[in-house]
Ligand binder design. Structure first.
Ligand code: AMP
Ligand code: ZN
Length: 128
């Protein structure tokens, strides 16, 4: 979908700190992170929410979600993490392209700045 920012990221037309990609999905750092390593996992194809994404593609996204969470856990060693998935504006969905959030949680929560953001992206990128 031309007007969708996540479709544009998936097509490489808008820059993002991409930490995982395969033929069906991509994952990239959230531009307004709630914690260090806050990552979004999306299908490349546009679906709005849990209600319209085909079950097979949902399974692919969940598989990527697990891989990316495992990588975050290994590289950043958070004390835990939340998986969130918002459906509908009233539930806090601001981008109408289906996505999961991975939000790492740390006992000692250091503030993040732009420099850390790039270091985090490098640590999490699968191009090592
Ligand atoms: P939600 O509120 O569940 O729809 O989450 C949308 C998320 O997308 C928010 O946490 C935003 O910070 C994030 N976001 C919006 N635009 C971008 C972007 N261009 N690159 C990375 N993350 C983005
Ligand atoms: Zn889209």
């Amino acid at each position: 979908m031309k007007t969708c920012i996540f479709c544009q990221i998936a097509k490489g037309k808008i820059p993002a700190q991409i930490v995982h990609r395969d033929d069906k999905t991509i994952a990239f750092l959230d531009s307004q992170p709630k914690s260090a390593g806050h990552t979004l996992v999306i299908p490349r194809e546009h679906f709005t929410s849990l209600l319209d994404i085909p079950a097979g593609l949902l399974a692919d996204v969940v598989q990527s979600l697990q891989k990316v969470a495992q990588n975050i856990n290994k590289q950043l060693k958070p004390d835990g993490f939340n998986i969130c998935q918002n459906n509908g504006a009233f539930a806090g969905q601001t981008i109408n392209h289906f996505h999961f959030h991975i939000i790492p949680r740390y006992q000692n929560h250091p503030p993040i700045n732009k420099k850390d953001f790039l270091v985090l992206a490098k640590k999490l990128t699968n191009k090592k």
